[in-house]
Unconditional design. Sequence first.
Length: 68
Amino acid sequence: MQNPDLAHPEWEPQFVDYLYLSFTNATAFSPTDVMPLSRWAKLTMLGQSLVSLVTLALVIARAVDILR
């Protein structure tokens, strides 16, 4: 919203924008400093972060199971 060259002047944040921001800040597995403009890019990056989080949880669960 601060740079009219990158986005439309009437652009307003929607639910996906807030969801992307909160999820990336909570998980920190995806770049939070890069702001994709399209909602599809945000959803794709959110999905990539979710896959990373699930993979990490499965690896940790497997390691705990092996140690027991």
